[in-house]
Design a protein. Structure first.
Length: 284
């Protein structure tokens, strides 16, 4: 048991280092030089960096203190301690490691894309270990605790728009606000895709009088099994089989083809599936 705990802690430290390094590269090596109003507490810290030359990492730690105190009860001691560990690791990476790397000074749109991708990957890695970089993350996780049906990416986008707008006003550059919104949107998409959408696929429901034949044909074309659900038509009162089948995006065309071949009058519903786990897909 102790061995597993040590292993998990080591993985947490490694993920914190890699995730925070990606965030630091996005903020310092791409956003700071392009004068983008970055979202989150890092964005507020960057405002102080441009106005007074104060280190981004140090200011991030200082600004986090009152937010940590406010969100402590809602998020709990365990989450707070894990986040403090992540924040301590983030500080030297932002103030000492990132400045040693080359700073990009090219096209601002490319900078915005890189900030969104690098920071999005970093935040997603950290969130997946049930920790955070503090600050706005605490606010995001608090909202998530109160409204669990909202995705983290959506909450991030909504909270960050305010900070981006404020930063753009202080920088006095309308273009920077637009770029800031673009990178914030990209960041939220990357976070959601990494956390929920890596194993995305499709799910189809087929209402048909030939359920067994449809399932057999789907299996022949895609090697995917199906599940039978029993349904009753609200108008006719007739009982019908509903064939449910989960598949990858590229297999969806073959599933539709199988249904069309067997029953051209079938009622087919196709839905996005954020993640599929189980036999034939990613294991639990």
């Amino acid at each position: 048991m102790e061995k597993n705990k040590v292993k998990e802690f080591a993985i947490d430290i490694l993920v914190d280092i890699v995730g925070n390094l990606l965030i630091a590269i996005g903020v310092y090596n791409f956003a700071a030089n392009a004068k983008f109003p970055v979202a989150g507490i890092s964005g507020i810290a960057m405002i102080f960096y441009h106005l007074f030359g104060l280190p981004i990492g140090t200011m991030t730690i200082i600004l986090n203190i009152p937010i940590v105190i406010m969100c402590y009860k809602l998020l709990g001691k365990g989450f707070l301690l894990r986040s403090l560990k992540t924040m301590i690791i983030a500080w030297p990476l932002m103030d000492y490691v990132a400045p040693m790397l080359p700073v990009y000074s090219g096209d601002r749109m490319l900078s915005a894309i890189c900030v969104g991708v690098f920071s999005g990957l970093g935040y997603a890695m950290i969130y997946m270990r049930n920790t955070s970089t503090g600050g706005a993350d605490f606010i995001i996780m608090s909202v998530r605790a109160l409204r669990p049906h909202l995705s983290i990416g959506k909450i991030t986008f909504l909270t960050d728009v305010i900070i981006v707008g404020l930063g753009g006003i202080l920088f006095g550059d309308v273009d920077s606000i637009i770029y800031g919104l673009i990178l914030t949107y990209i960041l939220s998409i990357v976070v959601d895709k990494v956390m929920y959408g890596i194993d995305a696929g499709k799910m189809t429901l087929v209402v048909t009088d030939h359920g067994h034949e449809v399932a057999k044909r789907i299996d022949e074309l895609t090697q995917r099994g199906s599940t039978f659900l029993r349904g009753v038509g609200s108008y006719s009162g007739e009982e019908k089989l509903v064939v449910m089948c989960a598949c990858s995006n590229k297999e969806m065309h073959m599933v539709q083809k199988a249904v069309k071949e067997v029953d051209g009058n079938a009622f087919l519903i196709t839905m996005e599936s954020n993640e599929v786990r189980g036999e034939g897909f990613k294991p639990h």
